[in-house]
Design a protein around this ligand. Structure first.
Ligand code: HMG
Length: 388
């Protein structure tokens, strides 16, 4: 049975900061951020957006009434969830008006959560071919003001419908994965900011890539020449390029040109959003599919997922005929075009804004937030959401 991505949608908040201006404010050469790290703009979430609203906004634009009936499993990948008990997916299930006869869970393993969700969804569809699964990766990446990780923050969500006979991409049979207990990036339960060993995390990202790439080739019998493109988890866009470069000597000059050119296309959305953790790999896939008009049906795309701590996985998909007709290219173009820039001091103020943790009531002004679904306040330690 063919199982894979039938629909894919994306949401990022309406505010961003320019990385050139952030560099100047931090007394750093702008080229370090725009070339060395490879980021142009960083999405800034207003206090009225959290991982729940980002996720719901990402899914809202792609689901029709038939999907809402058929979805019987919601898998919410996140590492910046809002509750240590209740799944963020349950809020999203309600905000989207999904069929109550559904399972809903939250998956956590750093940036790998949505990939775990996709693999679980594949198994569910294999057993229940008529059903559909909503898999979401939604996060706000926070390292802190004036930290080395600051330039690699971001916010956003990718929502995917996984089904039999998918119209965008069939996920192939083979997959290679690797786990090792390391401390490259982590966030203890008491902290709203991540801790990271930056250089070590970069090394481990590459090491895990080498492990799963080798295992994938062994399992599948495929080689570099068989790939039209490879998409990477992108904490920042230079990271994936570093990993890609480690395998280019396995291909011809033509393979290298094709893979590097497609890599550049696959990083455009991420370059303008920043790290969105669980959704980053799928935002890169979306960037490739929506911005490379020449990518032909039948092309094989490799996908490298990495979640610190750490788990890595490499798997592949085949693009389906007329897949472009099922993308939401204009909606995403509009989303990017209508964003508003904030100054560095404005970003810093937004970064420091927090919700009460003492049970007091806070009503938020949602009129300035252009999103359809917003966090409208907190009361009795409960978050309140509205769909405008
Ligand atoms: P840093 O130490 O400030 O930067 O932090 P650097 O000194 O390594 O410089 C970065 C690059 O800019 C270098 O390029 C410099 O040469 C270049 P490279 O040698 O690496 O190719 N550079 C310049 N280029 C042009 N003009 C200039 C210039 N100056 C310098 N003037 C670091 C960088 C990424 C470590 C930091 O931002 C950080 O800690 N970020 C967070 C961790 C991270 O993103 N790790 C990535 C792998 S782990 C991962 O992907 C998982 C993750 O998503 C979390 C999860 O799974 O949940 C993070």
């Amino acid at each position: 049975m063919n199982i894979g991505i039938d629909k894919i949608g994306f949401y990022t908040p309406h505010l961003y900061v320019d990385m050139n201006k952030l560099a100047v404010a931090r007394d750093i050469e702008p080229e370090k951020f725009t070339v060395g790290i490879g980021q142009e703009k960083m999405a800034i979430p207003p206090i009225t957006q959290d991982p729940v609203t980002l996720a719901a906004n990402a899914a809202l634009g792609i689901l029709n009434e038939a999907d809402k009936e058929k979805i019987d499993f919601v898998i919410f990948g996140t590492e910046s969830g809002i509750d240590n008990s209740k799944s963020a997916g349950v809020y999203v299930h309600n905000l989207l008006g999904l069929n109550p006869h559904a399972r809903t869970v939250e998956m956590k393993q750093a940036c790998y959560g949505a990939t775990a969700g996709i693999q679980l969804a594949k198994g569910h569809i294999a057993l229940n071919p008529e059903s559909k699964v909503l898999v979401i990766g939604s996060d706000i990446a926070r390292y802190g003001l004036n930290t080395p990780g600051e330039s690699t923050q971001g916010a956003g969500a990718v929502a995917m419908v996984i089904s039999a006979n998918p119209r965008i991409m069939v996920l192939e049979e083979h997959s290679a994965y690797f786990t090792n207990d390391i401390m490259d990036f982590w966030r203890p339960i008491y902290s709203d900011k991540a801790f990271v060993d930056g250089k070590f995390s970069n090394e481990q990202y590459i090491y895990f890539f080498s492990k799963v790439w080798e295992q994938y080739k062994e399992k599948s019998g495929l080689e570099l020449k068989d790939f039209e493109a490879i998409c990477y988890h992108l904490p920042y866009t230079k990271m994936g390029l570093k990993a890609l470069r480690t395998i280019l000597d396995e291909g011809t000059e033509e393979d290298n040109e094709r893979l590097v050119a497609n890599y550049q296309v696959s990083t455009q959305y991420n370059r303008n959003v920043g790290n969105i953790y669980t959704g980053s790999l799928y935002l890169s896939l979306l960037s490739l599919l929506e911005l490379n008009e020449g990518l032909e049906a039948g092309s094989r795309v490799g996908l490298y997922s990495y979640g610190s701590g750490a788990v890595g996985e490499f798997f592949t998909g085949i693009l389906q005929s007329d897949y472009r007709e099922h993308l939401h290219i204009n909606d995403h173009k509009h989303l990017f075009d209508s964003r508003m820039e904030v100054t560095v001091p404005e970003y810093e103020k937004l970064f420091e804004e927090t919700l009460p943790v003492d049970g007091s009531t806070l009503e938020l002004d949602i009129t300035k937030d252009t999103a359809a679904i917003c966090l409208s306040g907190v009361e009795d330690n409960k978050r309140l959401y509205v769909r405008k």
